[in-house]
Design a protein around this ligand. Structure first.
Ligand code: ADP
Ligand code: 5GP
Length: 207
């Protein structure tokens, strides 16, 4: 059975990654979501095990020392990490996994799993709309300022991704990402073509 693929989505904070991931998971029930660990505090309404695994800095460092993360990074002054075991066991079952992680995490996944990852950069229609979305989420003004400052550097990293999707119209962006997932799954390298080939033909070609 072909392995699953890591669908990595990065975007400046406030662009709409979480919103888009929620929609994708509703529409593509074969997708699984990689729930990250973080040391940042939950925002109003966020719950551990649903949005993130919220942990203390000590717990996070213990996990690093036990190699429990496939990748981890410090983003906007907090630690974030992708639990390794979930990813490995899920792709082994042939399932695709969605990861909403920052540009450092995406670059690390690309280095470790170049054949098994697809990198999608999600961009806001403009910096002005990003500011409005961040403000609408009721982050504190200090956190909004930090996220906006970092967004400029993050946008430059888009050049290293496989795909660029602009989240202007939400439905359109979700549908474009669905098309990417479909096309990536149809790559010959990701399918088991042995059943299509008449017995003996593969052997003949190898000789
Ligand atoms: P991220 O996970 O990238 O930090 P969120 O998913 O939390 O971003 O979205 C930030 C805010 O922007 C939320 O209030 C969300 O409802 C809003 N939002 C997301 N996509 C769109 C869109 N296409 N148009 C307008 N607002 C959007
Ligand atoms: P937020 O605090 O707004 O939810 O996320 C802040 C940033 O951390 C976003 O860019 C988000 O994609 C990123 N992030 C979330 N989880 C992970 C992770 O496991 N690893 C890395 N490298 N970044 C993450």
């Amino acid at each position: 059975m072909p392995k699953g693929v890591l669908i990595v989505i990065s975007a400046p904070s406030g662009t709409g990654k979480s919103t888009i991931c929620r929609r994708l998971l509703e529409r593509r029930e074969e997708l699984r979501y990689s729930m990250s660990c973080t040391t940042r505090l939950p925002r109003p309404g966020e719950k551990t095990g649903r949005d993130y695994f919220f942990v203390t800095k000590e717990e996070f460092k213990r996990k690093i020392s036990r190699s429990e993360f496939l990748e981890w990074a410090v983003v906007h002054d907090h630690y974030y990490g992708t639990p390794r075991h979930f990813i490995e066991s899920t792709v082994k079952k042939g399932r695709n996994v969605l990861l909403a992680i920052d540009i450092q995490g995406a670059s690390s996944i690309r280095r470790k799993l170049p054949e098994d990852s697809v990198l999608i950069f999600l961009a806001p229609p403009s910096l002005e709309s990003l500011k409005q979305r961040l403000a609408g989420r009721r982050d504190c003004s200090q956190s909004v300022a930090k996220r906006l400052a970092n967004s400029k550097e993050e946008l430059v990293a888009a050049k290293d991704y496989d795909y660029l999707v602009v989240n202007d119209d939400l439905d359109k962006a979700v549908s474009q990402i669905e098309h990417i997932v479909t096309a990536e799954g149809l790559k010959v390298s990701r399918q088991d073509i042995s059943a299509l080939i008449p017995v003996g033909k593969l052997e003949e070609q190898r000789q």
